[in-house]
Design a binder for this molecule. Structure first.
Ligand code: ATP
Length: 199
């Protein structure tokens, strides 16, 4: 499902509502140091559910809100939206266009939306499960991430390959089935005990 547009409003250095359109093929974003290139990938990770302010180079999640400049007052909120073309129904959502958004207010209130309807963060995670896009997937490799991946624990590295291969979803289902099986086994033991007591 192609990402067609990213809308950033009040997020970090993006004081004004900014639309970045992605055509087919490769899009390159160039700019001088400190012009906000990394803030774009951080905006993507944030809307996908990033919960660590530190990994977004802040100390508090509210730090993502435009802090103001000499000529402009601080923003009251930050909002980021990603627009996907879902014509081929590659996302499990029955609409041609899927817009996922996240908004944070200065009060710290934070909300997620899918096609302008409020959802939970886990709904966004579920929608993108196995799509290869998530806040910590290999689809986004930020500065220093290559070293981090190379030096990571083998188990963690395997997780990255599993996500890329699209088997994370099945692993989750397997774990759910295992828990159900355990509960059923416990129930059987209890039933057997009861039967013995009644005999
Ligand atoms: P480089 O090429 O050096 O890696 P870059 O183009 O990736 O730079 P970023 O790191 O994305 O640039 O942007 C850094 C800029 O974002 C800094 O000027 C910083 O002041 C600004 N910035 C970060 N957070 C905020 C915020 N909350 N409000 C306003 N500006 C912010």
């Amino acid at each position: 499902m192609p990402l067609t547009e990213l809308i950033i409003d009040g997020f970090k250095s993006f004081a004004e509502k900014t639309r970045i359109k992605f055509d087919t093929g490769i899009t390159g974003i160039v700019g001088p140091n400190g012009s906000g290139k990394s803030n774009i990938t951080e905006a993507i990770r944030w809307v996908m559910g990033e919960s660590s302010a530190k990994s977004l180079r802040g100390s508090n999640m509210k730090d993502v809100i435009f802090a103001g400049s000499e000529f402009r007052k601080p923003a009251s909120h930050a909002e980021v939206s990603m627009i996907f073309d879902n014509y081929k129904r590659e996302l499990n959502f029955d609409e041609d266009q899927v817009i996922i958004s996240r908004r944070i207010l200065r009060s710290g209130d934070n909300e997620y939306l899918i096609n302008k309807r409020n959802v939970r963060q886990k709904d966004i995670r579920a929608l993108f499960l196995d799509s290869g896009i998530s806040q910590d997937s290999l689809a986004i490799i930020s500065q220093g991430r290559v070293d981090q991946i190379l030096n990571s624990h083998p188990e963690d590295r395997r997780g990255l390959f599993e996500e890329a291969a699209g088997i994370l979803h099945f692993k989750k289902q397997k774990e759910e089935a295992r828990v159900q099986l355990e509960q059923t086994t416990d129930n059987l033991v209890r039933i057997n005990d009861l039967v013995k007591e009644l005999e």
